[in-house]
Design a protein around this ligand. Sequence first.
Ligand code: KIV
Ligand code: ZN
Length: 385
Amino acid sequence: MTRIKIFDTTLRDGEQSPGVNLNKLEKLEIAKQLERLGVDVMEAGFPASSQGDFEAVKKIAETVETVTVTALARAYKSDIDRAWEAIKDAKKPRIHVFIATSPIHMEYKLKKTQEEVSEIAVEMVRYAKEKCEDVEWSAEDASRSDLPFLASIIEKVIDAGATVINLPDTVGYTTPKEYGVMFRYIKDNVPNIEKVDLSCHCHDDLGMAIANSIAAMQNGATQIEGTINGIGERAGNVALEELVVALKIREDFYPYTTTLVLKEIKRTSDLISKFTGMVVPGNKAIVGRNAFAHESGIHQDGVLKNAQTYEIITPELVGIQSNNLVLGKHSGRHAFKDKVEQLDFTLTEEQITEAFKAFKLLTDRKKEVTDDDLFVILTDIQVDL
Ligand code: KIV
Ligand code: ZN
């Protein structure tokens, strides 16, 4: 089994979700929960972006005990100074410095040649290394970069002291095969690459972030960057809870382990949803309201006989108390009877038949029948007989 490090960027890339703005206390609460969740690295923020973010990152760095705390910096000395000032008191600090390497970013955004970008990257990694032993370097838009150029710049930043090399799919454009080929190329063409952690960072614009992250692992990535609930720029980052649970459930297929405490997933997801105001869609894998809910009679009957008929993940694994058999128009008598017993009613078979009829009539008017609705039906039946 290969150990994969989990780098959580909910507090940085996640906070870059349009409309999200976390205050210092909210960021601190999330950081504490990420520590309970057992991530290896948390990117606490981008200190050069605002005084508020600087203070939040500093507070997180002073508070977190076991997790590496990193802060983002553009390839400017002033950004690196600000990042270091914020994280220098962390037990395990890391500076994360990035510069774009794709032709479109270099030409239009940076207005620099490959040689200039290479020189800046090396100089900034050296500068960061004077302050901090652990330096991550990211090639922004790596997945649209020229591979020989990427290999040559990575070789130089490793020589300059980088400890982690991150190759983001910044615009969520790559495919699993293409992204895997890029990681394999870097593994095969960069001397000393085995001395650093190779990291992937996927955005979900084409809905391929999970598949791309898995392809990266299969081709040498040992660190995965992502966010909880998949929040982040545009369509978001890879959803860490989905990736990690997929690895666990299909460990027969994927020989990778992480140290994430899976039963903390639901609590973490709820906290982040509450503080960011980003509602988790009901049908979202792992943490959505419906992820462990069964509505149809056939499914409910199967689950009551053996949950594995329709559940590949136990709700308890990710910190959810139990599955949920939603009583609606597709529900059958078996699930209904089970619910009657849960509500502590003891009815005869005849009473159950009566109550079930009343319940079915109600489902034509109400999408979901609640415990209160059932209580009324069942009490009526008991009183009537
Ligand atoms: O998506 C990206 O390229 C990033 C980098 C700044 C790491 O978030
Ligand atoms: Zn990103």
